[in-house]
Write a protein that binds this ligand. Sequence first.
Ligand SMILES: Nc1ncnc2c1ncn2[C@@H]1O[C@H](COP(=O)(O)OP(=O)(O)OP(=O)(O)O)[C@@H](O)[C@H]1O
Ligand SMILES: [Mg+2]
Length: 507
Amino acid sequence: MFTHIHSAAVLGLDCISITAEVDIAGSWPGYQIVGLADASIQEAKERIRTAWKNTGLTFPSNARIVINLAPADVRKVGSAYDLPMAVGMFVASEQIDHELEDALIVGELALDGNVRHVNGVLPMAIFARDNGYKKLYVPEVNAKEASIIHEVSVFPVQNFKEMIDDITGKKKLQKITPVPVTEWFEEQQNDLDMAYIKGQGFVKRALEIAASGSHNILLSGPPGSGKTLLARTLPSILPRMSIHEAIDVTKIYSVAGMLPPGKPIVSERPFRAPHHSASGVALVGGGKFPRPGEISLAHRGVLFLDEFPEFPRTVLENLRQPLEDGVVSISRAQGTTTFPAIFTLVASQNPCPCGYASDPDKPCHCSPMHIARYQKKVSGPLLDRIDLHTEVPRINFDKLSQNELAESSASIRERVEAAREIQERRFRNTLYATNSEMKNKHIKEFCTLDDTSIDLLRQAVTHMHLSARSYHRIIKLSRTIADLATSKNIRTPHVAEALQYRTKVGE
Ligand SMILES: Nc1ncnc2c1ncn2[C@@H]1O[C@H](COP(=O)(O)OP(=O)(O)OP(=O)(O)O)[C@@H](O)[C@H]1O
Ligand SMILES: [Mg+2]
């Protein structure tokens, strides 16, 4: 008998339909999987056979089994088709009618018949909804993740036996009751709070601006001045994610198989801090079957590169295109995969190898040649993409020993969220969420400057030899500073403040 079962393959963050066609006929033994299936799928033959046996069923060893994973021109990888193929084989061998025409099935089989976790279940649930499938059978561990999409009935499958009992009508599987997505958005717990960081008002202000408009920031200063501490405290002032943003981010974590255990949705903005030994592929994504890298895992959140100049230059240069476009495209012989990568870059560095070149009190022991060589480790084009160049000075004893607390992160976050709301209204009919994402068309529409501001910018661009990119980035930064001040128009003080953060680039 011939039958077919629907499944799906994840390509990047999207899915395509895969059909497991199964034919069991004749009395010659044979067992074949065709349809551009790679080694991991060929191994499924043994997984299915053993799971089948350990479930207490009789494997149709005396028949010729042919499974075709259609469409045949798309390469199939991974173990997610084990369950649909096994279900197809059962239906074809037992010659029973099934009610799976409007169902998608995914899951890996263990030898004992248990159904194991697969990656990318959230994109599959979205695909099921958008393509009119009513039911989705997924491994039990993935069920909560799939149930975020309420329009599809999600059936958690613990083992092959349960699936068979459902098909034969012996014992129907129960669909999962979806939990309202908002329930996963509990109050964030941050151990770090700006209130406990003494002094550094200028740096905190720069971080507030960075958080408000998602602008890239570089913290530069002597050892122990608090750069790493300040950067790691940034998540406590980041605006909370909207449900829409959270689902976008969760899709990436779902595909990467990195969803936190027991939690089906990433509800807090990601903060990724890869070590400087990270490879280019780890940072931007890639591999034979492209996986998202750190920049995509930081989507809608922060990518923190501590000890910036210690990253190999070739690795850092990979950031240039995604920093401009907000996406990374990975080309392979089979096609191009695109992952979103809209993130705030936070970088920290010492000004020289010994670290004290910018310290007014402590002598620096580096030769000008050493300083120049150290600073050259990060390329000009990359620095040009950073909007806020901020000095983090060593703070004195009086400030450090003060008892009173500084402004709390919660209070700073209120201002940041107010500024984000203004941006949300501004970009309602566009694909953008923050000022830093504006293209020239939007700069023209939303960033009108008065004559004094234009004069100020003209002088700055001329004297500081700023690039066209810097010019546009300064205007976008001014827009965020104006939003923080709840000012409808950008005024000269906003532009002047934005320019302060550029001085280093123009030197
Ligand atoms: N402004 C501050 N208020 C309170 N504690 C601070 C402050 N600055 C630094 N510290 C303390 O100093 C420690 C070291 O700071 P941090 O690691 O952030 O320095 P750094 O600038 O990153 O140094 P390096 O250049 O060596 O990486 C912090 O963990 C914190 O305990
Ligand atoms: Mg540090």
